[in-house]
Design a protein around this ligand. Structure first.
Ligand code: HEC
Ligand SMILES: [Cu+2]
Length: 344
């Protein structure tokens, strides 16, 4: 028991040290710590998690104490007769009633508090006029739409700070292929993204910052690189972001030569750039790919070098990814990458 407590303590200390070291970096919360929630559903789940741990820890301590005291009190003593069995106890009503009713009672308490948390997480009213987003799981990236705001993007979600200054956000979670799971630990618990079904999840984040999440249901080779980022920001910044994401590109000023090369390739069968003939739906919308911090579902920082390496051979960077090696010539690669970078 002592080593167990010691190692728990070590994990706690390590976590505290790591958290201190990372809190400062540009509002990005690198440790997805479920014990540090920033929205009502995540807080309700943290509380019930602690409550259940408290009860189970008490049971653990009681069982260990009984076990150890039994081992010490009833161990064989030198004067014991080896051929004689210890006294046998049969049919003690008191003991049987106790060990039936105490666990039953504990289970009913746990059912009660769990039901209350489910009501908070699933049934709660997110308040007037929530922001609505559709998040659609794909192997291995998240499609993001804000239908009411005309936004279509991928893997990086912006939402307003909720509370007196802004509305809560409702996510509608779907999938086009296999079961994925949407999990941003500091904002809400996991919720599966199931084909042919829409699950809803709401959050009311209280602190601006960037919260990291990931797919939490094994969905194929690149499941571990199916990451997402939720940027919580003041309402006006959120609206400015949405307006910028909504806009189509200006085909007359945007890197015309690069655009022509891009449109001559089969990229357009899988990718859309709104305002141009490219309208593929299989891969991420690239209309504002240049404004994203990462590419390939949060896996790679969005720099011109990385974009180039990605377009050159996505299979090399994310093996098994559903984007083929397009075998572009060096000139095509130069043009396409400068076009992508221009799509802010
Ligand atoms: C067969 C469909 C397909 C074709 C063709 C295709 N892609 Fe992709 N592309 C994808 C998929 C799927 C992803 C998402 C990969 C992931 O993150 O798992 C992707 C991701 C990307 C990304 C990263 C986007 C982001 O936000 O993460 C870029 C940039 C990109 N493709 C550019 C191109 C270019 C340029 C071409 C043509 C030279 C091209 N793609 C051809 C399917 C395709
Ligand atoms: Cu997944």
């Amino acid at each position: 028991m002592a080593p167990a407590i010691l190692s728990l303590l070590q994990i706690g200390l390590l976590q505290a040290a790591l958290l201190q070291g990372t809190a400062a970096k540009s509002g990005e919360r690198r440790i997805t710590n479920i014990f540090e929630p920033f929205a009502t559903p995540a807080a309700a789940e943290r509380d019930i998690g602690l409550f259940v741990m408290l009860i189970t820890a008490a049971i653990f301590v009681a069982v260990c104490a009984l076990l150890i005291s039994t081992m010490i009190r009833f161990r064989r003593k030198p004067e014991d007769d080896e051929r004689q069995e210890p006294p046998q106890v049969y049919g003690s009503n008191q003991i049987e009633i106790a060990w039936t009713f105490i666990p039953l009672l504990i289970i009913f308490v746990l059912i009660g508090v769990t039901a209350r948390v489910i009501a908070v997480v699933q049934g709660a009213n997110p308040g007037p006029a929530p922001v609505r987003a559709r998040i659609i799981g794909h192997q291995w990236w998240f499609e993001v739409q804000f239908p009411e705001l005309g936004v279509a993007t991928a893997n990086e979600i912006h939402v307003p700070v909720a509370g007196s200054s802004g509305p809560a956000t409702m996510f509608q979670l779907e999938s086009v292929d296999v079961i994925h799971s949407f999990w941003v630990p500091q904002l809400a618990g996991k919720l599966d993204m199931v084909p042919n079904r829409a699950n809803t999840l709401w959050i009311d984040p209280t602190e601006p910052g960037t919260y990291l999440g990931n797919c939490a249901e094994y969905c194929g080779t690149q499941h571990a690189n199916m990451l997402l980022r939720v940027t919580v920001e003041p309402k006006d910044e959120f609206l400015a972001w949405a307006a910028a994401q909504k806009a189509s590109i200006n085909v007359n000023t945007q890197d015309v030569e690069g655009r022509q090369v891009f449109e001559s390739l089969s990229c357009v069968n899988c990718h859309a750039v709104r305002g141009t003939p490219a309208n593929g739906k299989f891969g991420p919308d690239l209309t504002h790919v240049g404004s994203r911090q990462t590419i390939a579902s949060g896996m790679i920082p969005n720099t011109p070098q990385n974009l180039r390496a990605w377009v050159n051979d996505a299979q090399e960077m994310k093996p098994g990814v559903l984007m083929p090696n397009m075998k572009l010539t060096k000139q095509e690669l130069d043009s396409v990458v400068s076009y992508l970078v221009s799509l802010k």
